[in-house]
Write a protein of this length. Structure first.
Length: 455
């Protein structure tokens, strides 16, 4: 694999600043540049300055609540969905509910609207500190602070002929580091939760310096093949979480393997997926508008979009739709700012980005993806999963699941036959969801309480 070649050939541990290995900061961007297939351009978004200003004012009002909180939750508004008419943090809502008003969301992405403040949620948009970060980045461009091992990164980029703005990434890291240290001076919580560690390396470094415990909430597939959750070298944890709360036991088993380097196995805590608890209890209502999109009289297949492979997956899906005119294909894009009107050519392909993906999965016949975590989530919800094995990525990331009941794999659109889809009726939803009970634990809030209290 590419990552083995890079980490074995280049002294990536030589990339450091202030005793911290910086490889976790740069690695995701370098690997994404090497492996990116997509050339789909995002559509333009208007009204940006208005949103920045409005959310800045809201966040200023909310900061007075910060001193009463025990936990900061670093999240991204892109991961919010609407459940029962309310804004819901897909990954971290359970943590917020656990603290019962004593946690605060610090969210990035100003392009997503929500009504959290009106509902009384403790919420600070990152726009509160973005102006300061922007000024610091301008300052760093002038004074050009250094880190060790820049030439190592340049050699890697040249070898693979890719472009990553190393200086900007470092300056942004420093800006986040210093602004978060300032925020921690205002109030130092007991915990800082992150939804994806490599989005917040500067903040994590500030927490480590201030002895604040950093806990990551699993947001997607974690496997040996995941470049950001398996290091071939022993990086120190200055930019990594102290603990990892996972959906189930599979990740604990992964880090029992001494060849997989990221976090100590004792710090991997199986917790569950809060949203699935709500589904299991029947507390999630299906939007009435969804029935207007999905024709109950035709087989319908939800396809989870993935930016990295859209250049190849979109032609694949178009061909699927041509071959199976008897079916509807519901495409749920990962990026809601991209325009797909001219990309999909068939009338039986519908792009849906208004509804949470889980509610769409619940309403369709089966689920299709290349290597999204929703492959496992669809099984947990009792739905058949079909892998589009584009460039062998399904086999690479989900090798251990290909033999599961209710799992199918297609190497070309021609493999998606009527004979195959007729077999989907043989799988009972409860049998499929039972297969995943160790992958997605129940009783999230109880498990979380036990982990935080040391039980």
């Amino acid at each position: 694999m590419i990552k083995d070649k890079i980490e074995s050939k280049h002294n990536v541990l030589g990339v450091s600043w202030n005793k911290a290995h910086l490889w976790p900061l740069f690695k995701p961007y370098i690997y994404n540049s090497i492996n990116t297939y997509s050339s789909v351009a995002p559509s333009k978004n208007l009204g940006l300055l208005k949103r920045v200003f409005s959310k800045f004012l809201i966040s200023v009002k909310s900061i007075i609540k910060i001193k009463k909180t025990e936990a900061f939750i670093l999240s991204n508004s892109n991961r919010r969905i609407t459940i029962n008419g309310q804004s819901f943090a897909r990954i971290s809502q359970g943590v917020y509910d656990h603290f019962n008003g004593k946690a605060v969301f610090i969210e990035s992405n100003i392009n997503v609207s929500h009504d959290d403040v009106e509902r009384g949620t403790n919420f600070i948009n990152e726009t509160l500190i973005l102006p300061l970060q922007a000024l610091l980045i301008l300052l760093f461009k002038l004074i050009q602070p250094k880190f060790q091992g820049k030439s190592i990164l340049v050699d890697i980029l040249n070898e693979y002929n890719v472009n990553v703005n190393i200086d900007f990434r470092f300056y942004k890291f420093l800006a986040r580091y210093y602004t978060f240290k300032w925020l921690l001076k205002i109030h130092k919580p007991k915990y800082v939760f992150v939804e994806c560690y490599y989005d917040y390396c500067g903040y994590i470094k500030a927490c480590k310096d201030e002895n604040v415990q950093v806990i990551e909430l699993q947001h997607g597939m974690i496997a040996e093949s995941h470049r950001s959750y398996n290091y071939g070298v022993s990086v120190n944890n200055h930019l990594l979480p102290d603990k990892l709360l996972t959906f189930g036991f599979r990740e604990s088993e992964l880090y029992n393997n001494t060849d997989v380097n990221f976090i100590d196995k004792e710090c991997v805590l199986p917790t569950g997926f809060y949203l699935f608890d709500l589904f299991r209890k029947g507390e999630v209502q299906s939007p009435k508008e969804l029935s207007m999109v999905i024709d109950a009289d035709r087989p319908s297949f939800i396809i989870s979009g993935q930016d990295l492979i859209e250049e190849k997956s979109i032609p694949f899906i178009n061909q699927l739709a041509i071959l199976r005119q008897d079916c509807d294909f519901i495409y749920v894009p990962r990026t809601k700012t991209t325009s797909y009107e001219t990309l999909f050519t068939q009338p039986n392909i519908k792009v849906v980005n208004k509804f949470p993906i889980y509610q769409v999965i619940n309403a369709t016949t089966a689920h299709i993806t290349a290597f999204s975590t929703t492959a496992l989530e669809s099984l947990a919800m009792g739905k058949v999963n079909v892998f589009m094995n584009i460039d062998g990525l399904s086999e690479k990331h989900f090798e251990n699941y290909l033999s599961f009941k209710g799992v199918y794999i297609i190497n070309s659109p021609e493999d998606f036959t009527i004979q195959m889809t007729d077999q989907f009726k043989n799988h009972k939803p409860e049998e499929l969801s039972d297969l995943m009970k160790e992958e997605y634990l129940s009783n999230y809030l109880t498990n979380l309480t036990n982990h935080l209290t040391g039980n």
